[in-house]
Design a protein around this ligand. Sequence first.
Ligand code: ATP
Ligand code: MG
Length: 400
Amino acid sequence: MSDLPRKNPYRPGAATAPLHLAGRQPQIARFKKILDGAPEIPANLRLTGLRGVGKSVLLKELEQEARSKGWAVVRKQLEPRHNTETELTDLLVALAAAAKRRLSLASAIRAAVSDVWVASRGLLNVTVEDVTFSLAGSSERETELAEALFDTVQAAVETGREGFAILLDEAQVIRDDKDREGEHPLSMLVAAVNALQESGLPIALVMCGLPTLRANLQRARTYSERMFKGENIGELEGNPGAARDAFVVPLDGTGITAADDLVARVLEEVEGYPFFIQLWGAELWEAALDAKVDSLTVEMLDLIEEQIYERLDEEFYAGRIETLTPSEQDVLMLSAACPYPPLKTADIRALSAKSDGNINVLMGRLTDQGVLYRIQKGQYAYTAPKFAEYLKRRKAALER
Ligand SMILES: Nc1ncnc2c1ncn2[C@@H]1O[C@H](COP(=O)(O)OP(=O)(O)OP(=O)(O)O)[C@@H](O)[C@H]1O
Ligand SMILES: [Mg+2]
C-alpha cells in the first residue's frame, strides 16, 4: 500500500458537499435556464425530495451557479420558529438588508452601470409604490417584506447584477394556517415575490424541502403552485450511472479501488440514496485502512455491515424519533407493523387503543415535525428513505 494522503474521500453528513456531486447536471442546467429567463419569466423553483437525497448540497450548488451568473444571492435554512408572518418577515428583511450592504461595498469597485442595463432588468419605470400598490389590502408585514426585497433588487441591478435570488432550505416548515384569522407566512412570501415579478423585476425564489412543500404551496394561494417550476430530487440511478459514480469517483487518485462485485452489492443495498452511498463508502474506506489493503471487497463489507447499520441508525434515523413525544413515538412504532407503502391511518387505528380523533391529531403532528408527509386523505409516507425497515429494526431491538 502506498503512502498517499489518507483522508476519507466520502462525506456522510447533513449538507456536507460530496467530493463528486453525481447525477444532478440536468437539474443544474434547468436552473440556469430559469435564471436566464428572468425577469420576463418569473424565476421560481421548488425542489422537493426525501431526507438524505441531496437537496441541501444541490441548493448550495445552485447558489454558486446563480453567483457565477452574476446574481446577488442569499441562502438560508429555515427553522420551525420562522413559521409566523412576523418571524419570516424579520428574517427575510435582515437577509435582504445584509445582501444590500454587501452590494454597496462591492459597488465601489465596479464600473458605472448604464441606464440600458437598468432598463433591461425592468427597473427604470418601476417604483416601490408600484409594487406595494398591487399589494393593497394585504398585511403590513407583506408590504414591509416587499419593500425590503425591492430595495435589494434595486441595489443589485444598480451595481450591475442580474438580480436578487433567495434560496430557502427546509422550506416545508413555512405553511399557512387553515383558519382565516391565523398566520399565513407562506402566502405572504409568495405574494411579495409575485408582486415584484409582476412588475417585471428580477427576483428569484428557490424553495427547497420535503415533499409536503408542494401541498403547502397549493394551499397557500391559488397561483402559488403555478409560480414555481417543480423539481423532484430523487435517488441516484444506475450501475453504470450516477449512483455508481457517486460511489466510485471519490476513489479516483486515492490508490484504493473497489472490486466490481462489491460495487454491485453496495449499489443494491443503498438503493441510490446519496447519504447511504457516502456512509457505506466512508466505513469501507476506514476498514481498508485498518486492514492495510488497497481494495474494497465484499468480504470486508460482510465483516462491517452490522457496524454500518448501527451508524446509520444512530446518525440518520434515531434523532428523528427521539425528539418526538411518547404518544407520537407510540404511533410511529405501531406503523412498523402496518403494510407499507403507503401508510394508512385506518391500519394504525386498527392496531391502536387510542381514539380515531387522537390518531388523526398525532398523524398531523408527525407530519408537522417532518417525519411523515401526507399523500392524500388518510395516506402517508415516511420522509426518510428505508424508514420502514429502520422501524422494524428498532422494534426488534426494543423487544429484545
Ligand atoms: N449528487 C450527489 N452525489 C453524491 N453524494 C451526494 C449527492 N447529493 C448528496 N450527497 C451526499 O448525501 C448526503 C446528504 O445530502 P444532503 O444533506 O444535501 O441531503 P438532504 O436532501 O438535504 O437531506 P435532509 O432532508 O436530511 O436535509 C451528504 O453526505 C452528501 O454529501
Ligand atoms: Mg437538507
